[in-house]
Structures are given as structure tokens and as C-alpha cells.
Design a protein around this ligand. Sequence first.
Ligand code: HEM
Length: 475
Amino acid sequence: MQPRGQEAAMADIRHAEATGRDRPERRTALFEPVACVPLDRPVSLIETGRLMRENPMSILPEALFRETILTGPYIGKSVHEISGPAEMRSVLQENFHAWRKSPLILRMLRPILGDAILTAHGESWRRQRMSLQPAFLRRRIERFIPIMDEVAAATVERLARAPQPVEVQSVLNDATFSVIEQVLFSDAVEFDRAGVRAAIEVILEETGTMRMSDLVPMPEWMPRIMSLRALRARHVFRKAALAQIRRRRAQGDPGDDLLGLLLKMRDEKTGQKLSDTDIRDTVMTFIAAGHETTAIALTWTLYLVANDGETQERLRAEADGVLDGALTPEAMARLSFTRQVIEEAMRLYPPAPILGRRAVEPTEICGRPVKKGDVVLLAFYALHRHRTLWEHPDHFDPDRFGPDRRPQDRYQFMAFGGGPRACIGASFAMMEAAIFLARFVSRLSFTPVEEADVYPVMQVTLRPRGGMPLRIARR
Ligand code: HEM
């Protein structure tokens, strides 16, 4: 375990002095994991483009970790970078109607996801959200616990048997893909799992890579040009999904899984069922939004746990107590420290570290005027490590999410976004991540690879550059 730096200790003392509070009895040595190097100088638009292509995280200015809003010019308009809870609430909740998702994101995602919930707007989005929301209620998703647990157990075996060290990110990606695929198509027949999986990887990879031309403002209705490879992959995915949808319709019983729910869903206004195309795009949306994010959250969690023996032991003690019998929803509720660890991992490495929105009408952010066409970058990464909001912000301290210390402001921890468009799958993801982490630590032990050069890069999600090698042994 890495010793806690003197600078962090000083920061604690300054914080305690500033807040007038005595520091409660806490652990004295906290692990300080790798952090993105912030930008400490002004850069030209061309250089911004270069940095964005390499790693969009490197455009976050150092000042954003101390200030809560910074405004700069952007091709005749302004770009506002925000990192404070009040600013987040203003954009995502209070002035929700003045903002739309950034045209770039829509141009990148629409060719893949169509007009499904993640990319839809206005009335179309509202109706989809209303209809889909019940499918993600806790009591509905609890029926997926056995699928998640089975995949977790298989993943334990895979991790234990793999040659050491293990690159865990790809293993976890396979695992979360397997969960979402089974939750959607529990009874799939003639479904080329490997082929569909490979196609989705191609599509997501192409969608997630920034191009220089992406910096040129374009209308959102103009889709980004897709490569032939990605077009072919899209065809493979669509054909496979449609075959499953049609097979289900033909057999007369929609089924009890997520696909069954989509097949039964009716538009609240027209009473009409969803079309095959709508269902296909929603299926793709759940796969795109739901598997890599969860895998990334778990990847960073394991990195942190591998580097913090004390936390690993506490997790293990909790898991051993809970996993004794069947994994019921009641047993799940007792995995509270496990959840704290996952939340703290997502604070340090939010899987979606920056979101963009564009103003569709004049508005304001906490008193700062915003013109129509201005862009806002919601820097969750900077919010989560903000110097004025968190004690020792760059250190791993799962107890900060304990019942007595959790942030009081809902907009201080934004891993799942906020406002009406917050993540619909948050409970699903937390349930899945908690089952995986508990199963992992109860059967396996994790240690870091000393020579590994771990660094976070943003490629839609915040991934470790070159993967995450860890040493894993059976207990
Ligand atoms: C740790 C895992 C996850 C993280 C960190 C995450 C994060 C997010 C964030 C930040 C947003 C807001 C995007 C925005 O406002 O522009 C979002 C939206 C969304 N997420 Fe998740 N997500 C996760 C897992 C899931 C899962 C498992 C599913 C589905 C099975 C899912 C489905 C969605 C959908 C459909 C939306 C769009 C909601 C809307 O626009 O109304 N996510 N997610």
C-alpha cells in the first residue's frame, strides 16, 4: 500500500482548520491512486483538438478543481466548464428545458441508436422514459440477481485460471456483456453471441474515437460518416436483434425478461405497441449504455481494492457474512460497505467523466448569462475531486460514503448523472457491481502489478490506458 503523502496530510489539517472541525478518528494511511494531469496553461483551438483526440481528460484546466465555472470562447460562442453542485443542478434540473445533448454526441450516437431513449429529445424522450422506467424499478430488476450471480461465479473461475497477471478490463467487459445479453435475450436461439459481441465492439470503438473534424460545429441532424467496417457491424447486430424480436412475436409469449417487457410496452398516448425498429434501437441502447460503464466501474474498483489491503479485508468480511446462503434481495441489502467502495471508485473514476450540452435558448448558470448555442461541459471528474468539496479529494476513502459522512447534496456525486435524464439503469448497475465485487473478494485476492503504468483516458468512458493488469490468486 502506498503511504499517504505529506501534502494530503497538510490538506486535511488545512481543511479541518478551515471548517473549524476536529478531524474524527479515521484511518491514517489512505491510498492515493493515479489521477489525470490537469491542464495548467492556455491552449489554442488546434492544440485543444489534438489533446481531445489523444485524451479529452487532458483539457480539464487545473482551475476547475478550485473554481466551479470557467467560461471561454468557442467559435463565435462560449463554452462553460462547470464543476460545482449548484451549477450541475442548474443545467440538469432547474434549466433542463434550455439544454440539449451536444450535437457531436447526437451525431455520433444516432446512426447506431436511432431515436431511442438515450438520444431522443422532447416528447419522444419523455414518452419512452415514462414507459421504460417501471422496468428498472428495484423489485423488477431483483429477478435478475441469479443471472448476475451465475456470471459472477463463472468470472471468478476465469480470473483464477487465467495466466498471471490478468488484464481484468476485458474479462469484466465480457462478464457485463454476458449479463445484459442474458437479461435481454434469456432464451435466445440461433443467436451468434460471439459474432454479435464482436460487432458491438466495432460499433462502440468507432463511435468512441474522436476525430479532428468533430471539433467543427455541424448541425445535429447531419450524421457522422461511418466506416464500411462499422456499417457492416451495425448490419450484423441489427439482423441478429430483429431475428430474436420476430421469433418472440411469432411464439405468442413475449416472455418475462427485458425484451419481453419491451414487446409488451404500449405508447401511453396512442396505445400502440413499439415497432420492431424501436425495440431494436432500445435493445442496442441498453447494451451500449449498460455494459461497458459497469465493467469500467468494476475495473477501477478492483485496482483500488488491490492497492488497499485493509479495504479488501473489510470487503471480504462483509461478503463472507452475506454470501453464506442464497443471494436474496435482503442479503444484498447487507452489502453496504461493498456499495460504498463502488461509489468511492466511481467518485475517483466516473465512468462518464464529462458530459456535454448545448443551449437551445438563452439561459443562465448560477447567474452567469448563457447565449443560445453556447456549450456547457459538465466535468464530473473535477466535481468529484474538487478541492473545496472533499477532504483529501485524490485519496481512496470508502468511508466517505458511509451513512454519517455521505455528501448531503445529491449533485455532489454524479456518476449516474442527474435531473430527469439521470441514468435509468443506476440500480441495475449497482446491484450487478455489488454482486460481482462480493463474489470476487470472497473467493480471490487481488494485488497490484508494481511496474504497470496505469493512467485514465477518456474513450466515451474513462478507461485505463492499455488495460488493467492485476495479480489474482485463489484464497
Ligand atoms: C456503472 C454503470 C453506469 C454508469 C456510470 C452510467 C452512467 C450514466 C449517465 C452519467 C447517464 C446520463 C447521460 C446524460 O445525461 O447525458 C446515463 C444515462 C443512461 N443510462 Fe446509464 N450508466 C450505467 C449503467 C447503465 C445500465 C446498466 C443501463 C441499462 C441497462 C443504463 C442505461 C442508461 C440509459 C438508457 C440512459 C439514458 C437515460 C435518459 O436519457 O433518459 N446505464 N447513464
